[in-house]
Design a protein around this ligand. Structure first.
Ligand code: NAD
Length: 439
C-alpha cells in the first residue's frame, strides 16, 4: 500500500530548500546594491497553496491526495513552472523549485516569474484513469490560481504531455468560450503544443555545454567531438540530452534510471536503450552493456557528466569521486553546495541548472506565444531561437563570472552558479524597483 501523506514524503526528500536558500544568500552577498528589504522579498515565495483532495480509485476505494502550487515571484510576468508527481514531493521542495524557476526565467530572459507544483503520488502504482482523475481534481481545486496570465504549469518529473492535455481540458471545461490554450505548456502537438518542446530541455543542455566549451570555459575540454558523456536518468531530459550530445559528436558511455545504470565503452545505441526500457521498464540488462549502480554511474570515467534525474545526487559524500571535467545539471538541484565546493576545489566546472536546463522553459514560452497568436512555428525556427537564447545566457554568465572574479572581498568560489544567480537576482531586483513598490 502506498503512503500519499506529506509526513511520509518529508522523510525521504533531500533538503533542496536549504540548498537554494544558501545559494541565494551567497549570490545576494555579491550584490552590494541589493537592499535588505529586497533580499527578503526575493527570498520568500509570493503565494503558497496546499491542497488535499479525494480521488476515487479503480478498486472503488477513495484515497486522499496532497498537492501544492507555489508562485515565487511575478516581477517579470505570470508564474511559470512544472508539475511534479512523486512520492517525495513536499511544500519546501516546491518552494525551492519555484525559486529556481524565478532565476531561470530571468536568466534565459522570458517574461515569466517562477512557479512550481506537485502532487504526492507514485505514478508507477497508479493507472492512467486514476492519474487522469488525480490531475483533473488537482486542477479543479487550484481553480483560478492558475491561468494563461497568472500561473502557467508545464511537465516535470513523472508528468508528460498527456498530463498537460488533462490540465488543459479541465481548465477549458471550467472556462468555456475563450482561447484557453496558453494556460499550460508541454501539450501534445495537435492540441497546441510547440514543435520541439518535448526535447527542448535536453537539447538546451547540449547547446549550453557546446557554447561553454567553445568559449574555453572548461579547461582540458576543447570540444564535445569525441567527448565521453555519462547521463544519470533516462527520462525526458536525460533521453533528449543524450541524443543531443551524441548528435554533437560525443559518445554516450553510460545512462541510468531508478533501478540502476548501464555502461558501454564504445558508446550506447540509444535507440536500443529506449526500446529495451519500453519493453522491460528499465535500462538495466541491455545486452552487451555492463550494469552499474547509480553511484558507479556518477563516478564513471568520462569527460561530461549530465545528472538529469533527481536533486541532491552529488554531495559531500561522493563529489570527490566525480571524474568528469564538466557537470551539466539537466535536473534541478542535483549538486548540493558542499558538492559544489568540492568540485570547484578540483577544477570541475558545473554548468548550473538554472542555465543548463533553461531550454525547456524557453520553448514553453514559445508555445505560450504561439497559443496566444494561434500560430504554429517550424521546428527549425523554435530550435534556432532557443539556441540563440541559450548561447546569449551562457555568454552573459561567463562574462559576469569574470567580473565577479575581480572582486577582492569574497571568500567562496565564484563559480558559474554564483554568476548565474547574481545575473538573475540583479535583473529581478532591477525590474522590481523600476515597477516601484506597490502602492
Ligand atoms: P522524467 O520523469 O521524464 O524522468 C525522470 C528520470 O529520473 C527517469 O529516468 C527515472 O528513471 C530517473 N530516476 C528516478 N529516480 C531515480 C534515482 N533514484 N536515481 C536515478 N535515476 C532516477 O523527468 P524529467 O522531466 O526528465 O525531469 C528530470 C529532472 O529534470 C528533474 O529534476 C526535473 O525537475 C528537471 N527538469 C525537467 C524539465 C522538463 O522540461 N521536463 C525542465 C527543467 C528541469
Amino acid at each position: 500500500m502506498n503512503d500519499h501523506s506529506p509526513s511520509a514524503a518529508r522523510a525521504a526528500t533531500p533538503d533542496l530548500r536549504a540548498t537554494v536558500s544558501r545559494q541565494f544568500d551567497l549570490a545576494a552577498a555579491r550584490i552590494p546594491s541589493l537592499k535588505s528589504g529586497l533580499i527578503d522579498f526575493l527570498r520568500y515565495p509570493k503565494r503558497t497553496i496546499s491542497l488535499c483532495f479525494p480521488v476515487e480509485m479503480n478498486d472503488g476505494s477513495v484515497r486522499t491526495f496532497h498537492g501544492y502550487r507555489v508562485v515565487h515571484n511575478t516581477a517579470k510576468g505570470p508564474g511559470k513552472g512544472g508539475m511534479r508527481y512523486h512520492p517525495d514531493v513536499t511544500m519546501d521542495e516546491v518552494i525551492a523549485l519555484a525559486t529556481l524557476m524565478t532565476w531561470k526565467c530571468a536568466l534565459i530572459d522570458v517574461p515569466f516569474g517562477g512557479a512550481k507544483g506537485g502532487v504526492i503520488c507514485d505514478t508507477k502504482a497508479l493507472d492512467e484513469s486514476e492519474l487522469r482523475r488525480i490531475t483533473r481534481r488537482f486542477i479543479h481545486e487550484l481553480g483560478d490560481n492558475i491561468g494563461p496570465y497568472t500561473d502557467v504549469p508545464a511537465p516535470d518529473m513523472y508528468t508528460n504531455e498527456q498530463t498537460m492535455a488533462w490540465v488543459y481540458d479541465t481548465y477549458a471545461q471550467e472556462h468555456p468560450g475563450r482561447n484557453n490554450l496558453p494556460v499550460v505548456t508541454g501539450k501534445p502537438i495537435d492540441m497546441g503544443g510547440s514543435l520541439g518542446r518535448s526535447d527542448a530541455t535536453g537539447l538546451g543542455t547540449c547547446f549550453a555545454a557546446e557554447r561553454l566549451v567553445m568559449l574555453g570555459g572548461v579547461p582540458g575540454l576543447p570540444s564535445l567531438q569525441g567527448a565521453r558523456v555519462a547521463v544519470q536518468g533516462f527520462g525526458n531530459v536525460a533521453n533528449a540530452g543524450a541524443r543531443s550530445f551524441q548528435a554533437a559528436g560525443a559518445r554516450i558511455v553510460a545512462v541510468s534510471d531508478s533501478q540502476g545504470g548501464i555502461y558501454c565503452e564504445d558508446g550506447l545505441d540509444l535507440d536500443a536503450v529506449a526500446a529495451f526500457k519500453r519493453e522491460h521498464g528499465t535500462v538495466v540488462g541491455l545486452p552487451n552493456t555492463q550494469s552499474l549502480t547509480n553511484e558507479d554511474l556518477l563516478a564513471t570515467d568520462c569527460d561530461v557528466l549530465v545528472p538529469a534525474a533527481m536533486a541532491g545526487q552529488i554531495h559531500e559524500g561522493n563529489a570527490d569521486a566525480i571524474r568528469a571535467r564538466l557537470v551539466v545539471e539537466g535536473a534541478n538541484g542535483p549538486v548540493t553546495p558542499a558538492g559544489d565546493a568540492l568540485l570547484a576545489a578540483r577544477g570541475v566546472v558545473v554548468l548550473p541548472d538554472i542555465l543548463a536546463n533553461a531550454g525547456g522553459v524557453c520553448v514553453s514560452y514559445y508555445e505560450w506565444v504561439q497559443n496566444n497568436e494561434n500560430e504554429q512555428w517550424d521546428l527549425e525556427d523554435v530550435n534556432r531561437k532557443m539556441k540563440r537564447k541559450m548561447e546569449r545566457a551562457v555568454d552573459t554568465v561567463l562574462a559576469r563570472q569574470r567580473r565577479l572574479d575581480r572582486s577582492p572581498d569574497v571568500a567562496e568560489a565564484n563559480d558559474l552558479r554564483m554568476a548565474a544567480i547574481v545575473v538573475a537576482v540583479e535583473r529581478i531586483a532591477d525590474i522590481t524597483l523600476k515597477r516601484g513598490i506597490w502602492p
